[in-house]
Design a protein around this ligand. Structure first.
Ligand code: NAD
Length: 367
């Protein structure tokens, strides 16, 4: 990138970071005299609810990256986003001309925020265009799609990560520490549940198997699988699962409520539940010498937790998305694998596939 372009970008980032406030004379002098910063440019692909309401505002809190571009299939969104986030026309793409992003030095990272069935296509196209990639969760419809995504990024020598924001959230990180370091002794069992009561559009992509891959399990259950995996730091070996459906019309194509039990190598059992028809949000661990739990476990904010020694006290409202994107940007800058790399997403899909297999067979299945 030419020096003046990167400098312009640095100055713009700095002033955006300060909101609408005019730069003070001292800061203006600093901006004029300081070397260009190295904030990486991210382009969001798919400007639906998560991109609009969570990711775009999160850039107000990032240090290592900024919202450089957008990729949208809806022309009307172009002006709205470019006005609101000062995105230049050269950084706006649609799904057809997206591949020409390869020639755009402003954009370092592509963040795929599309329905699940499109994660693979856009991840591979982004990698081929020479860009690092973040794909939203669940990573893809199948394990083999996940493997193709990982492979494409490896071949292109680009980093891949999954939008697992909770790995950067303090309550969750404490659960990882307490579990993996056996602070309360060996873990005996885990209970993890995540769900909400579907009140949305009955024709939404999330209810179509081909577009979403599954229902509550793919969307909400992935968090509980993650929970069981990051608390133990181990990979489950077997699963037994069953499904319950009370609204067969609405959940014609996808699962409504799923109950599953994971068996870990050293005998730990994790009882998980996912639902599009129940309000659940917890991660509870019983260990030999105590317990630890989050009773608000997977939310964007308002996290809540305790141990057998008393309440956990962290900031419950950190900007998880900003921390996650900043971490990936710093991985790119240091050429370091993300701690939520593609392999993490693939491991969860392996569990998901085994759960669906067990529901179909009615038996315990190997993962
Ligand atoms: P959404 O329905 O609000 O947005 C989807 C976007 O994709 C829309 O802009 C839509 O126009 C576009 N799109 C392109 N092709 C489409 C097609 N064929 N059918 C339907 N939409 C199409 O969904 P969302 O809630 O923003 O979710 C997007 C992704 O982000 C999903 O993978 C979801 O699982 C993930 N997500 C992650 C989190 C998290 O906490 N990490 C939270 C919410 C959503």
């Amino acid at each position: 990138m030419p020096h003046h372009a990167s400098r312009r970008r640095f100055i713009r980032n700095l002033s955006l970071g300060l909101g609408a406030t005019a730069l003070s004379p001292a800061l203006s002098a600093f901006v004029r005299s300081s070397p260009p910063g190295r904030k990486l440019g991210i382009a969001l692909v798919g400007l639906g609810s998560y991109a609009t309401n969570e990711l775009a505002p999160a850039f107000g809190f990032t240090r290592n990256c900024y919202l450089a571009g957008i990729v949208t299939g809806t022309p009307a969104k172009e002006k709205i986003w470019s006005d609101k986030y000062h995105i230049p026309a050269r950084n706006i793409y649609n799904y057809q001309n997206f591949d020409s992003v390869t020639d755009n030095p402003d954009i370092d990272i592509i963040y795929v925020v599309l329905p699940v069935f499109l994660h693979k296509e856009f991840t591979i196209r982004a990698a081929k265009a020479g860009k690092h990639v973040i794909s939203e969760k669940p990573m893809a419809i199948t394990v083999s799609d996940c493997a193709e995504m990982i492979d494409a990024c490896k071949k292109a020598n680009r980093l891949l990560s999954i939008g697992y924001r909770l790995h950067f959230e303090p309550y969750t990180m404490e659960m990882m520490r307490l579990g993996q370091q056996k602070v309360f002794g060996e873990i005996k069992s885990i209970d993890c549940s995540n769900g909400f009561v579907w009140g949305g559009d009955p024709n939404a992509w999330r209810l179509k198997k081909a577009l979403a891959g599954g229902g509550g399990l793919m969307d909400m259950g992935v968090y509980t699988i993650q929970g069981a995996r990051y608390v133990t730091g181990e990979e489950p070996l077997y699963v037994t699962a069953r499904e319950e459906k009370t609204k067969p019309e609405l959940f014609k194509e996808v699962d409504e409520t799923v109950f599953y039990q994971l068996e870990f190598p050293h005998g730990i059992l994790a009882n998980g539940r996912s639902s599009y028809n129940a309000n659940w949000n917890d991660l509870k661990v019983t260990a030999r010498q105590g317990w630890f739990e989050l009773t608000e476990a997977y939310r964007y904010n308002g996290m809540k937790g305790a141990t057998s020694n008393g309440p956990m006290r962290f900031d419950p409202d950190v900007n998880q998305q900003a921390l996650q994107m900043d971490d990936f940007a710093s991985c790119v800058l240091q050429n370091k694998k993300s701690r939520v790399a593609g392999e993490e997403g693939l491991k969860d899909l392996k569990v998901v596939e085994a759960i669906y297999k067990s529901i179909a067979s009615g038996k315990k299945e190997k993962i």
